[in-house]
Write a protein that binds this ligand. Structure first.
Ligand SMILES: Cc1cc2nc3c(=O)[nH]c(=O)nc-3n(C[C@H](O)[C@H](O)[C@H](O)COP(=O)(O)OP(=O)(O)OC[C@H]3O[C@@H](n4cnc5c(N)ncnc54)[C@H](O)[C@@H]3O)c2cc1C
Ligand SMILES: NC(=O)c1ccc[n+]([C@@H]2O[C@H](COP(=O)([O-])OP(=O)(O)OC[C@H]3O[C@@H](n4cnc5c(N)ncnc54)[C@H](OP(=O)(O)O)[C@@H]3O)[C@@H](O)[C@H]2O)c1
Length: 407
């Protein structure tokens, strides 16, 4: 794995440009203490990179520990880290071969500040991920390939929509190439950073930040596809390497100010990450508020992420209770919301006592179902209509007692 690339160090210059409007006031306050930001990422040394899943697991979830020493970067439980990844060299070399481009040919990057070899640019600067309709249209304008031009025509809208599913630049070049190198590079997008929920407390781990990263791998169109950042971390990052990172404040997800407040945390899979941070923080400040964690994943034997840490927290009282749901150990799947329903009376009592309720992890299925379940529980245990139960939850939301960090 190559260490930090010069290309992404352009932040030194970019730092002088206007801050993006999405940066919040308190984020700016953080920046006062640190010169490092989204536009000027910090090269954080990797201290640890281990697989949390046991032998035989279908999944690979990496636990990364990074050093923030000397960065002046600060974070609180609930915040996220941005990582600027590099593309897989195997994919880059396949693209170069397919396109018949000379890897050493020099090109001017779209920021017009640097001239680098095309191989270097594809590794570190450009986004090679799933293509979009817009890229298809731009590519069609670069070639006389009638097949591609017909593909992007309005009559073929549904065909091109279908085509882009699960395909990347290698497919585009293979199916519709050749393309002129300089023209092709002009239509590429810059690699975006990937965000990860912070899994540590700074108070408990001075100068460090920990992350929980699930490797994204899937088969599409007869080729194994790999998520850029997650598989870079899983396959090519070793202790001693450096990752370009920044801290992004999460104003809408964090511990209650009063450490006496009870908290209920629902975090299956990688959704567990911020709750490790919450509990580390609560342990170190000696919070007396009760805490309840719901965790789920595929198998107890291989996928019980951070199991020994939860056991320690249960023992020392940092965690008041924990419910687990392993979906693939039984004939019928058991999910975190099934455990919530089993405990609906106590769960509602906690809410009545002012507990904050948190959900982190999969947005499309889990978070929706857990949301529905909490409405069901409020309705049942509070003898309320669905409308009233939704009002109850909305009121919690308005008081920041119902918080989501889903992706
Ligand atoms: C606020 C926030 C917090 C997050 N926290 C975490 C965290 O703590 N841990 C964590 O692991 N992730 C987290 N994520 C997700 C993370 O940011 C990345 O999206 C994830 O790691 C994938 O990035 P990648 O570069 O590996 O994959 P990419 O190269 O970005 O590829 C992902 C894309 O591949 C496609 N894809 C994925 N699976 C399939 C499939 N089966 N079939 C077809 N296409 C598919 C989809 O288009 C998907 O968007 C978080 C996201 C956000 C927004
Ligand atoms: N946008 C992205 O690029 C990106 C990248 C990475 C991950 N993600 C999302 O993040 C999620 C987290 O991934 P992960 O691998 O850590 O965990 P996960 O896939 O969410 O799996 C964790 C546990 O949740 C279970 N589950 C599945 N559907 C559920 C539901 N409707 N309600 C409750 N639990 C449910 C799973 O069971 P079963 O699997 O046995 O059904 C498993 O036991 C992924 O599902 C994915 O959607 C998105």
């Amino acid at each position: 794995m190559q260490k930090i690339k010069t290309l992404l160090r352009e932040g030194d210059q970019l730092q002088k440009t206007k801050p993006s409007p999405i940066e919040s006031d308190s984020f700016k306050a953080l920046k006062k203490e640190s010169v490092y930001s989204r536009k000027n990422p910090f090269p954080a040394e990797v201290l640890k990179n281990i697989n949390l899943n046991g032998r035989g697991a279908v999944k690979e979830t990496r636990h990364l520990e990074l050093s923030l020493k000397g960065s002046g970067l600060d974070y609180k439980p609930g915040d996220v880290i941005g990582i600027y990844p590099e593309n897989d060299p195997v994919l880059v070399d396949m693209i170069l071969k397919e396109a018949k481009w000379d890897p050493e040919e020099m090109i001017i990057l779209s920021n017009e500040r640097q001239t680098v070899s095309i191989r270097e640019a594809l590794l570190t600067y450009y986004d090679l991920r799933p293509i979009t309709k817009s890229i298809m249209k731009k590519a069609a304008a670069l070639t006389s390939n009638m097949k591609l031009q017909q593909f992007v025509s309005r009559e073929n809208d549904s065909k091109s929509k279908e085509y882009i599913k699960g395909r990347d630049l290698l497919d585009l070049i293979h199916d519709f190439g050749p393309f002129n190198l300089d023209d092709f590079v002009s239509i590429l997008r810059r690699m975006p950073p990937r965000l990860y929920s912070i899994a540590s407390s700074l108070a408990a781990n001075p100068d460090e930040v920990h992350l929980t990263i699930g490797a994204v791998r899937y088969e599409a169109h007869d080729r194994l596809r790999k998520g850029v950042c997650s598989t870079m971390c899983a396959e090519r990052i070793m202790p001693g390497d450096k990752l370009l990172v920044f801290v992004q404040e999460n104003k809408h997800f964090g511990l209650p100010e009063d450490p006496n407040t009870p908290i209920i945390m629902v975090g299956p899979g990688t959704g567990i990450a911020p709750f490790r941070s919450f509990l580390q923080e609560r342990e170190i400040v000696g919070a007396v508020g009760k805490s309840w964690l719901f965790f789920g994943d595929q198998h107890f034997a291989t996928d019980f992420l951070y199991q020994t840490e939860w056991e320690k927290y249960i023992k020392n009282g940092t965690l008041s209770r924990m419910d687990i749901a392993f979906s693939r150990d039984t004939k019928d799947k058991i999910y975190v919301q099934d455990r919530m329903l089993e405990q609906s009376k106590q769960l509602f009592e906690w809410l009545q006592d002012g507990a904050f309720f948190y959900i982190c992890g999969d947005k499309d299925r889990m978070a929706k179902d857990v949301h529905e379940t909490i409405i069901t529980i409020i309705g049942k245990e509070g003898s309320m209509s669905r409308e009233k139960a939704e009002e109850y939850l909305n009121d919690m939301k308005n008081r920041k007692r119902y918080q989501l960090d889903v992706y």
